[in-house]
Design a protein around this ligand. Structure first.
Ligand code: PLP
Length: 609
């Protein structure tokens, strides 16, 4: 039975039971059950489910693997982590991170003024705040204000200009100085889609010459005692452990050299993020080649080895892993609205009293097809359709005959695929690809899976039910935006097969997994589709609770968020309707009420599914 690669990407977070995907935690609720409960209140469109226990699991895993590596290697520095806000700033995700991370003193990383304000207001007291990215004087002053307000904050400088501004602010004010970090520009660069953050041509960090200049400036201004951290980040989703190890060796040697030059307060090395997540559903295409265990022990072992060789005390290790912490916590549920080849449904056949002989033969093939004769009858049908199409071109059969022929052949192929689902020949596999089914999903790829749109990043996708039956339709997924980019096409190298569902009789929901990192903040409002309705699911031993509901923005709210006056829009629409002629006053009233309801709902499709 197809398990959609659950054993590869799900980290045992989900299981298939009774044909449904269930949470592999405590009372093990089914995702379908949660979805149906939410939809029973009239919610339509895509739904984002958050599972905070999965954030806790990742935080615990990060700390416990590093702690074990520290013990095993007799490493004397401590392990510390901060969560990079850029990965997910949404309140219900961030609250889960800060509350689940409290017992670990888990901190936050900010990369902009707004994120710094968020960090200052949301960080657990006493936890670390690190600040990366380019900074102006105001942002640097915000760092001083944070330090004065009791936060344990480190401003990591990206260039000498920033250090000069820190020195200037220190001279001008009596506010408590933040710690100073230096981002080093390594020659080592990473691997994978997001590897541009490292390497000599990267946008960030100081070269060795600039670092020497920075140390001189710090000494000259009597601020060397505030220099506590060096930082590097070679890119997100590092697919290969080898470049990570190279970068660690390089950064470790920077650290040791600076210590030996008299940077006595330097005690921390911040290795940035990059810890990868498994997004792939196919064992031949796994997206990374190492585990958290290998990653943590490599970091601790290598840094210990470098420091021991240079007789330098082991530094405290900081990480800024984001994707690893939150990717798994969010699942996007999308209802399927339509299967396009249902246009070939047998009920659409309209036979005449007298049909062309080849059509009569196709009727017989369709009627008599079984698992013994399926391949032979399929070949006959493919042969007949060729002839019938030629007859149509020559004017010997009419449009109704052609339509009947197409429906019959389509059904014969479909039946043959069902009957031979376990013993597929190359020919049948190719037919399956040619006969792709297009599933229309009630969602926007631009809004909910922007990394698929921009970078073709694959996200695990599977139906959340019907899993007792074999999925046999080669599937491409179309979203409801008016844009041909809003499509996840069928990829024969990573084939997605889904079920053949009659949507008039039953519903079909797809789940996109591991969407909790970056997708929500990068998501864009193309066609004015907005963030899906979201729900936090807290699971206990007996059941689960649906909390923190935030419904997708209404049409009026989305228009006002981009600068329109929503009351003016509403008034204009009402006046246009009131002035119109040829309907009764009652009809006007009813239509006005409908109009108001429509625009106070979100813009996703509501009919049937
Ligand atoms: C400086 C810095 N730290 C941490 C991260 C988070 O990386 P990841 O989500 O791969 O852990 C990033 C993201 O690219 C980053 O730029």
């Amino acid at each position: 039975m197809n398990n959609f690669g659950l054993d590869i990407w799900s980290n045992k977070n989900f299981i298939i039971e009774d044909g449904e995907v269930k949470l592999n935690f405590k009372s093990m609720p089914s995702i379908l059950d949660i979805t149906e409960k939410i939809r029973s209140n009239g919610v339509r469109g895509p739904i984002l489910l958050r599972f905070p226990h999965l954030i806790k699991k990742q935080i615990r895993s990060l700390y416990s693997y590093f702690d074990s590596a520290i013990k095993e290697n007799d490493y004397t520095g401590s392990f510390n982590a901060v969560f990079p806000l850029k990965v997910n700033q949404f309140p219900n995700a961030l609250n889960a991170v800060t509350s689940q991370g409290k017992e670990y003193n888990y901190g936050l990383e900010a990369g902009s003024k707004a994120e710094l304000i968020l960090a200052m207001s949301q960080a657990n007291i006493g936890s670390n705040i690190t600040v990366n990215g380019f900074k102006d004087k105001e942002m640097i002053m915000l760092g001083f204000i944070a330090s004065q307000s009791g936060h344990n904050i480190t401003l990591t400088i990206e260039g000498l200009g920033e250090l000069k501004t820190i020195i200037e602010v220190a001279k001008e004010s009596n506010l408590k100085l933040p710690n100073i970090g230096i981002r080093v520009r390594l020659h080592s660069s990473g691997s994978g889609t997001w590897s541009k953050s490292g390497g000599m041509d990267s946008k960030f960090g100081l070269t060795s010459t600039e670092i020497l200049e920075a140390i001189a400036l710090l000494k000259e201004s009597d601020l060397l005692q505030n220099f506590t951290m060096i930082h590097f980040h070679i890119g997100s989703q590092m697919t290969d452990i080898a470049p990570i190890k190279r970068a660690l060796r390089e950064a470790g040697n920077f650290y040791a050299e600076l210590k030996m030059m008299g940077a006595d307060s330097l005690t921390n090395i911040n290795i940035g993020g990059g810890l990868a997540v498994e997004y792939d559903q196919y064992s031949h295409a796994k997206s990374h080649n190492y585990s958290i265990e290998e990653f943590s022990s490599s970091v601790v072992f290598l840094l210990g080895e470098i420091m021991n060789a240079k007789n330098v005390q082991h530094p405290n290790i900081f990480t800024e892993s984001g994707r690893f912490i939150v990717a798994s916590h969010a699942v996007l549920i999308t209802p399927v609205l339509e299967l396009f080849t249902q246009d070939y449904h047998e009920k659409l056949l309209k036979f005449k009293d007298v049909n062309p002989p080849l059509i009569e033969e196709l009727r017989e093939l369709n009627r008599l097809l079984n698992n013994k004769n399926s391949i032979e009858y399929l070949h006959d049908a493919l042969d007949h359709i060729e002839s019938l199409l030629t007859l149509f071109d020559l004017g010997y059969i009419d449009l109704q005959d052609r339509s009947n022929a197409e429906i019959l052949v389509h059904n014969i192929i479909k039946k043959a695929l069902y009957l031979t689902s376990t013993f597929k020949t190359e020919e049948l596999k190719q037919l399956q690809v040619n006969l792709q089914e297009r599933y229309l999903i009630n969602a926007s790829i631009f809004q909910s899976l922007p990394d698929y749109w921009g970078l073709k990043q694959h996200f695990p996708v599977m139906p959340i039910h019907h899993l007792n039956a074999d999925p046999i339709r080669a599937a491409s997924l179309w979203d409801i935006t008016c844009d041909s980019d809003g499509e996840i096409g069928f990829n024969p190298k990573k084939p997605l097969y889904l079920h053949d569902i009659n949507l008039d009789e039953e519903e079909y929901f797809l789940g996109f997994f591991n969407v909790g990192a970056y997708q929500e903040t990068l998501g864009m409002q193309h066609n004015l589709f907005t963030h899906p309705s979201e729900y936090t699911i807290e699971i206990d031993d007996i059941s689960y609770e649906i909390k923190h509901e935030i419904e997708s923005k209404s049409i009026l709210d989305i228009l006002s968020s981009i600068g329109y006056d929503s009351s003016k829009i509403l008034n204009k629409l009402k006046t246009q309707l009131i002035k119109s002629s040829f309907i009764t006053e009652k009809e006007k009233c009813d239509t006005l009420a409908k109009l108001e309801t429509f625009i106070e709902q979100n813009g996703y499709l509501r009919t049937t599914n």
